[in-house]
Design a protein around this ligand. Sequence first.
Ligand code: ZN
Length: 172
Amino acid sequence: VIRIMAKLPILHFPDPRLRTKAKPVLVVDDTIRRLANDMLETMYDAPGVGLAASQVNHHIRLLVIDITEEKNQPMVFINPVITPLTDATVPYEEGCLSVPSVYDFVERYARVSVTALNEHGESFTLETEGLLAVCLQHEQDHLDGKLFVDYLSSLKRQRIKAKMLKQQKQNA
Ligand code: ZN
């Protein structure tokens, strides 16, 4: 079967739809696999290392991540549950496809475990640290309607919001 993948429009902060709490995926079927593929295409094109379904206006618990330089290790996480494996946090400079050209430091758990379903509906668990651990926590937040700018001071967030609104007005 030949299928053309499609790039999806990404919602941008402060779009209120980004605040929607995502619902669990009930069945991992072709519709979900197609969405996951389109999300990967969208993420690679952006380019980014992670994308939550919430960011493309699908409010279900689905994430795609690829942290490799070569962009050849796509990972799909359906209904992910993330558990910290340490109290220790690390600062990491984060960005977000929904908040373009904004980067700032956020503290995340240094080591986490994630249990999820893959694109075949099979459960898997992995323990991870570094960029993948940070990315998982950032993307998981999207599913709960939370953005990395929420961790910054309200002054910074207001400035970012004003900058985004100005950009959006210029692009409109
Ligand atoms: Zn993000």
